[in-house]
Write a protein that binds this ligand. Sequence first.
Ligand SMILES: Cc1ncc(COP(=O)(O)O)c(C=O)c1O
Length: 393
Amino acid sequence: MSDERIYLDHHATTPCDQCVLEVMWPWFADHVGNASSTSHAFGREARDAVERARWQIADAIGSTPEEIIFTSGATESNNLAIKGVLQGERNRRHLIINAAEHRAVLDPAKRLKQEGVVVTILPVDEYGRVDQQAVEDAIRPETSLVSVMMANNEVGTLNAVEKIGTVCQRKGVLFHSDASQAIGKLPVKVSELPIDLMSFTAHKIYGPQGVGALYIRRRQPAIRLVSQIDGGGHERRLRSGTLPVPLIVGFGEACQIAVGEMEEESTRLRNLRERLRAAIMSALDGVTLNGHPDLRLPGNLHLSFAGVDGDALMANLDGLAVSSGSACTTADPEPSHVLRAMGIPEKLSLASLRFGLGRLTTTDEIDRAAQLVISAVQRLRDMKSCSVDHHST
Ligand SMILES: Cc1ncc(COP(=O)(O)O)c(C=O)c1O
């Protein structure tokens, strides 16, 4: 970034890639056409652009283009997958999720519960991981769907989705995974994974905000989903609404770039992340790493700072964009439900920071961010010990 501020909140959203902007621009400015109005050349051009993007996305995740449904983002994809399966079930009205999921999974599950669906919320371990045996034990004859995220958006922990999906397959239960934070950061090939439904979104991979996709495996028997947005049936009658051609074109390009750069970029981010962790942890006592030490997103660092007030810490980090919890729920002053599910005490979870490194993050920014955090924590701890001294005299 060109100014002095440092953006380390790439789990919340990423800046749109320049190449993505360039391919999107003509679809805002030069072309007009509704991808569903194919009786004329304008509409057919728009449809071709959408289908090319669908192909790019399918290629990136190892699916066929027919298995991709465009949505407005991962929130909508999760709603379509979870409510879509359960609302179509008369007899198998049992859903299994887990306590560390994003609100875009927890809230649809809550809604389904109000509609009479039985919901099992599995616990997670101290790293935020779901145990495959717990999934197996929770599956009942009336279970229709298990949903386990691929990578946690707060602590970056990766779940064993291959093993969990295999359990589901063996038990004849559909398996959905929210892969919003994983696509473009981990190798994800649905052709090689036992996943039936997968949600993802463009704005986490340097694409535009407001567009996402749901992967729906083509299999026998076919997966039946109840549509959540009706009115025209644009996306295979599963999702209605005029397709946002520029956003979809950008999404396709972003997917292709992210997957192409993934290997090199993951190594770079992992090194930067370790540099940040080492700098902070060697300068300060009372810092703990949250999430799994190895099985985590390359660009994720999540730390708790004992003996500081979380709000004061954030207020002392002027110019450094990090998150004290899920950015998607910052309207909610509650301590993070993910950290709570991992058994982290409330006070410590409130004094935690999520650092999300990204494509434009430089070594210089990492060194400056480390210094900002170290100084802020030292300052707050000094102030606290002064006030304790003061009160005790
Ligand atoms: C794991 C996860 N799922 C879902 C979402 C929601 O995605 P969208 O903003 O595309 O609706 C997010 C965004 O923060 C996320 O991190």
